[in-house]
Design a protein around this ligand. Sequence first.
Ligand code: HEC
Length: 186
Amino acid sequence: MKLKTFGMTATGIALALGVGLTATLSVGQMAPFGNEEDTSYAASLWTAMVDANMAGDGAIRTLPYKGIEPHGFVLETFYTKATIDGHTGDLVIKRNYGPEGVSVEQAQENGVEHLAAITVMFKREDGYDAENKNWFWAKYLPDGSLDKNPAGMQLAGRVVKGNDTAGCIACHAAEDDYLFTTNAIK
Ligand code: HEC
């Protein structure tokens, strides 16, 4: 384990994870996430996860553990690979259980009821986002649809490239490989 402790306030965390994921964009500029290409890629990734028994009914379970904000109070983390459109890459899946105060036992006994979100990092092809190690980011709800930020943008793609204070990339950039829980994936 190589987890760092965050000295962030609850508000800072909420801002970082969900609220305010709006990049400042000039008119006509493509957002770095939430576009048609991103959401359709996210849909393919979800299908690959369901096919691999990593999501959906009958998904493989592990022993959950007490989590760190912002992801959730109880977590499960999986490391695997997936192939999307002919490209095979590392896939890291985090199941986030809630609500606040949920115990590891409750999440284990009733995973369906307590599952709040599934956050995913998938290593895409070189050049997808070389600056950020080519990770594709997505936040799904348990039914496989994408969660949205307050501006209504779906959380899939380069979330939020160019924003140094909020979003998946800004926080995960604290680690060279963008991964908090492992050094095994480069
Ligand atoms: C404020 C910081 C922060 C933000 C924002 C954040 N994460 Fe994380 N993330 C973490 C921490 C800390 C962990 C390690 C949690 C653990 O398992 O104990 C983590 C773990 C993960 C993991 C498991 C791989 C790893 O890094 O160990 C995935 C996948 C993940 N996050 C996806 C996302 C996605 C997708 C988003 C955006 C929707 C996001 N994260 C936003 C802090 C953050």
